[in-house]
Write a protein that binds this ligand. Structure first.
Ligand code: ATP
Ligand code: MG
Length: 412
């Protein structure tokens, strides 16, 4: 389609604007015709609310799916994953297989979680089964570690419950609803410190699901060494890996921001734990990403603020690679597009097509990049899993892209 992409954003971030300008795209305001709108989550909620009833036209594209909160809000994520498991179980899918203790073999990737105050009684029942465990309380609608605390005594939660019950108005509002999850008290440590991962996943379509993992995600470290000791239960520098929390710590490093690239993590793990186990770990991470996306229709809104120079470069490149996939060749978008990009345009993204395999010894190479449901269904995800049970695979796990029933659209 001829013409230049007309863009608009309500997020004044140089990593976005520089990318649009580099492509020679034309900036417009939201009231004019636009093709590409990079919006904040508030804007997407307003624009696509029932009242406005806004619908995208064929040549418009936005950076969120309207129901992104199905995965990003803590209570909804848990609900959706629980429902997804149940559905698979009902269908008799091998993905929903359980071990002799009734634990999911492949779908056990969310710690035991309850909604509070709604599931208070269920939680108490579970708590009493293992009274020495620690639990983590998180407000459903908050982020960046805000409002999170740890508990290991029922009295702490009883007080919280009493307080919220006396105010029925507050209990109704989602702001005051919490999730409580079993605290994972034996995390993998590096240099004695706890860390988590910021992984960027681009979802270009849900029907069929097609998603890409950015190879340059990063690890975020705590500034204080980890201890499961209950005397440190209130010390959030030990337990919460969020940069928003850690940057207030005395030992926070403002140059590298307590971050490591995922690639560094991989190399570190390969040298300390071995290649095979590291590969399996990353396959399992990819598996979780795909399964979570399949459980919902979703999006996420990772911070585009750059806290260090490297951060800025990373985020600029992230947006650059994202736009290359989402708006191929910088053309005006067309809703009828159904393009699977060739490897050359993926930049630092990889397709999550191999994420079905988490069998030891059946590690699939992720080099083809991203998860493509059409490709996966060419073989049938379930069948793929079934056929691999007890069967050892070659390094490429069998099929080639061309052998699937899906004919991929040419990438212009
Ligand atoms: N079940 C758990 N066990 C151990 N640590 C946890 C657990 N849940 C959360 N944490 C720690 O707390 C941090 C914050 O939790 P989480 O990421 O769920 O909330 P958030 O960062 O406030 O919100 P969001 O990630 O949705 O923006 C995590 O990065 C992790 O370090
Ligand atoms: Mg978080």
């Amino acid at each position: 389609m001829a013409g230049k992409v007309k863009w608009v954003t309500d997020i004044e971030k140089s990593v976005l604007i520089n990318n649009f300008e580099k492509r020679g795209w034309v900036q417009v305001t939201e009231n004019e015709d636009w093709n590409f709108y990079w919006m904040s989550v508030q804007t997407i909620r307003n624009v696509f609310s029932v009242e406005t009833g806004y619908r995208l036209s064929d040549d418009q594209i936005v950076n969120h799916f309207p129901n992104h909160y199905e995965l990003t809000r803590k209570d909804l994520m848990v609900k959706n994953i629980k429902r997804y498991r149940k559905e698979l179980e009902k269908e008799g899918s091998p993905l929903a297989e359980k071990d002799e203790n009734g634990k999911y073999l492949y779908l056990d990737f969310v710690p035991v979680t309850y909604m509070l105050p709604a599931d208070y009684n269920l939680f108490v029942e579970e708590f009493r089964k293992s009274p020495s465990s620690t639990w983590i309380m998180k407000p459903c609608g908050k982020a960046q570690g805000k409002g999170i605390f740890l508990i290991n005594k029922l009295s702490q939660i009883k007080k919280w419950s009493r307080d919220s019950k006396t105010s029925s108005f507050v209990t109704q509002s989602t702001k005051e609803a919490y999730v409580i999850s079993l605290y994972i008290n034996n995390p993998l440590l590096i240099g004695g410190r706890k860390f988590d991962l910021r992984l960027y996943v681009l979802v270009s379509t849900y029907r069929p699901l097609r998603c890409y993992m950015y190879k340059l995600g990063f690890c975020r470290f705590c500034t204080v060494k980890y201890t499961p000791s209950t005397s440190e239960l209130d010390n959030m520098f030990v337990h919460l890996t969020n940069v928003a929390i850690q940057k207030h710590g005395e030992d926070y490093n403002h140059i590298h921001g307590g971050k490591w690239t995922v690639n560094n993590l991989r190399l570190y793990l390969e040298s300390t734990r071995g290649k095979e186990v590291t590969g399996k770990l990353f396959d399992e991470i990819h598996w979780i990403v795909v399964q979570s996306l399949k459980a919902v229709a979703v999006n996420a809104s990772p911070s585009l603020t750059s806290s260090t120079a490297n951060d800025r470069i990373l985020k600029y490149n992230l947006i650059n690679d994202t736009l290359n996939i989402a708006v191929p060749n910088g053309e005006i978008p067309d809703c009828k597009w159904n393009k699977s990009p060739p490897k050359e345009v993926l930049g630092n993204y990889e397709i999550l097509s191999c994420a079905f395999l988490r069998r030891p010894g059946a590690r699939m190479l992720m080099e083809r990049g991203g998860y493509d449901e059409e490709l996966a269904q060419g073989d049938g995800a379930d069948r793929e899993l079934r056929s691999r049970q007890g069967q050892s695979l070659g390094p490429r796990g069998g099929r080639s892209r061309d052998s699937g029933r899906t004919v991929l659209t040419t990438w212009k």
